[in-house]
Ligand binder design. Structure first.
Ligand SMILES: Cc1ncc(COP(=O)(O)O)c(C=O)c1O
Length: 374
């Protein structure tokens, strides 16, 4: 049996260090924020090439806090994709803002042409006014940020990057997080940098926004027991921070492993008729959170069944686009012209096993099983 992902293997790879880190927190006696959290914030920000890090309880909260820090809420339209984890869209609605869901491009990033067309024809009397864009760096590849940044500048929109699937990804030599006012990351166990539980972090280059985010995550406190602004409780647990500090020391090596596995898949799966392998944008350094193939809607479910039968883990990210899920269907606003690529992708893509501890022999077994099935 080859799993699709294996967070426990990540723990076992650094077991002694992680166990020692947990014990350090238990024996240290500081169980909320403190040095472990601020240490992780500084170390992650340095890794991401940002000035500041603000850790919180989850990736969903990271997005909510980022939106709230920019004072986005009721009456504001926020543009993102439907082909994403539902959390991206849920976070927008939880602030009271209105999500507008767009299609994806050939690289599963936000469709820039549709973004521009939707903004150009936005009714002047619409209830919600365009305020922000949340590009999602899906599967480990940056969205088309230079083009998105140009549109944001033209229409005076804020950018919050969703880096949950792309810790360390680069485009044109520039790391994600560079283009947005803020970049939100999930630290969910299966992410490229994953806690042993929930976690999230926001990066920023702005001292004022950083201060506001720290207040928002802890009841709006500037001074203890005095709420300067209306806040919430969303703090990263120090035990998770200590674990993440250990795992961060291996993130570059883990990313290189993911890239090597992707290269092996690319070579082993090349030349299969009507099989699309993950494409890279010019200048993209993907970090392969997922390795997603497109086999076409006719063959996808058959391939899934054969792989499962052969003991090869596989998943679909994501089987139902957000705008077609019961909670959102018929209710959320969509980009002009519809979301044809998104709807097709949900039926035709498949995520193969991808995690740093996957061995060459296992990757070869995956390749052989895909070849045998197609
Ligand atoms: C793109 C994206 N955004 C947001 C989230 C939400 O993160 P979390 O599950 O940590 O709340 C996730 C992960 O689930 C994600 O993949």
């Amino acid at each position: 049996m080859i799993p699709q992902t294996d967070p426990k293997a990540g723990y076992l790879a650094q077991q002694a260090e992680i166990d020692a880190a947990i014990r350090r927190v238990l024996e240290g006696g500081r169980y909320i924020l403190g040095d472990e959290v601020s240490g992780f914030e500084a170390e992650f920000a340095a890794y991401a090439g940002a000035a500041h890090g603000i850790a919180c309880a989850s990736g969903t909260d990271a997005l909510i806090l980022a939106l709230r820090a920019l004072e986005i809420g009721p009456g504001d339209a926020v543009f993102t994709v439907s082909h994403t984890a539902v959390a991206t869209v849920a976070a927008i609605e939880l602030t009271g803002a209105t999500p507008v869901l767009l299609d994806v491009d050939d690289y599963y990033g936000l469709d820039v042409a549709q973004l521009e067309a939707t903004l150009a024809q936005w009714p002047a009397d619409a209830a919600a006014k365009p305020r922000a864009i949340i590009p999602v760096h899906l599967y480990g590849q940056a969205a088309d940020m230079p083009a998105i940044a140009a549109i944001a500048a033209k229409y005076d929109l804020a950018i919050i990057e969703d880096g949950s699937q792309a810790h360390g990804a680069r485009l044109g030599g520039i790391g994600i997080g560079h283009w947005g006012a803020l970049c939100a990351y999930s630290l969910y166990p299966t992410k490229n940098l994953g806690a042993i539980g929930d976690g999230g972090i926001i990066t920023s280059n702005d001292a004022g926004l950083t201060q506001r985010l720290k207040e928002l995550r802890e009841y709006g406190w500037r001074e203890r027991y005095v709420s300067a602004i209306a806040g919430m409780n969303s703090r990263l647990d120090p035990i998770q921070a200590a674990i993440l500090r250990v795992k961060l020391t291996r993130l570059a090596q883990d990313t290189a492993q993911r890239q090597a596995i992707a290269k092996r898949y690319d070579a082993g799966l090349a030349g299969i008729a009507d099989l699309a392998l993950p494409a890279s944008r010019v200048g993209a350094e993907q970090v392969y959170h997922q390795y997603v193939i497109d086999v076409g809607p006719e063959r996808r479910d058959g391939l899934r069944a054969k792989l499962t039968e052969a003991g090869i883990g596989n998943l679909v990210h994501y089987p139902v686009p957000v705008h077609l899920q019961p909670a959102y269907q018929g209710r959320v606003m969509l980009g002009r012209g519809g979301l044809a690529r998104t709807e097709r992708a949900a039926l035709s893509i498949l995520s193969l096993p991808m995690f740093p501890q996957l061995s060459d022999a296992q990757a070869d077994a995956v390749i052989a099983a895909v070849r045998a099935a197609l």
